[in-house]
Design a binder for this molecule. Structure first.
Ligand code: URA
Length: 212
């Protein structure tokens, strides 16, 4: 039972928890205030019985407009890294910890704003329903917001990245950096090194899969 005093998506989940049913229902979610300014909710996409379920933070500007997760600049980095790690598209389901875009308007631009723990917790019922429907072998958190949603406040990407943890919704859980953090590194050499580490983390994910 969720605490009725705290914002939560729990009331908005449909009885049938298939991905298509969830995808329709999420558009009516008012579990926290983020629905008020976003264009739409952005639900997960990918293989229904994916071996790997990747979780990002929240949709960005382009994702909010098009309704698809990870199709902007961070998504392009992620696609390339997955390919280099030998993880194919039909092996993954990609979603976010928070389904609505949180932003601040600066002139005409919409600047990403980090979701708070309250919003992450409010949105967790959608993520739990996705994990239950997909039943992945490996769960991957991309960045701190996803890691906190999946493993609690104590997890630290700097300390815990690339380590294997047990998880109630998968055989293993691994956290790594968010691909947008790589885009923000100004130094080209450092960017290359950090990108290679990211690919290495994803290769490790690939090694955990029973059917290679
Ligand atoms: N960043 C995310 O965390 N998720 C997206 O869908 C896009 C950018």
């Amino acid at each position: 039972m969720h605490d009725v005093r705290k914002p939560s998506a729990a009331l908005y989940l449909p009885q049938r928890r298939t991905i298509p049913a969830l995808q329709q229902a999420v558009q009516f979610c008012k579990g926290c205030d983020l629905y008020k300014h976003a264009t739409q909710a952005v639900f997960g996409r990918g293989a229904r019985k994916a071996q790997v379920l990747l979780v990002g933070e929240q949709p960005g500007d382009q994702e909010d407009l098009r309704g698809i997760p990870f199709i902007g600049p961070a998504g392009r980095v992620l696609d390339q890294a997955l390919a280099e790690a030998g993880i194919e598209r039909d092996m993954v389901y990609i979603t976010n910890a928070v389904k609505h875009f949180k932003f601040e308007e600066r002139g005409r631009r919409r600047i990403h704003k980090k979701p708070g723990m309250g919003e992450i917790a409010a949105c967790r019922p959608w993520l739990e329903a996705e994990m239950e429907a997909v039943q992945p072998e490996v769960l991957v958190a991309l960045g701190a917001s996803a890691a906190k949603s999946l493993a609690g406040k104590e997890i630290k990407i700097t300390r815990d990245r690339g380590k294997l943890f047990p998880h109630p919704y998968a055989k293993s859980f691994i956290a790594t950096v968010h691909p947008s953090s790589l885009l923000r590194i100004p130094d080209a050499e450092e960017k290359k090194i950090e990108y290679a580490r990211f690919v290495e983390d994803l290769r490790f994910v690939r090694q955990q899969l029973t059917s290679q």
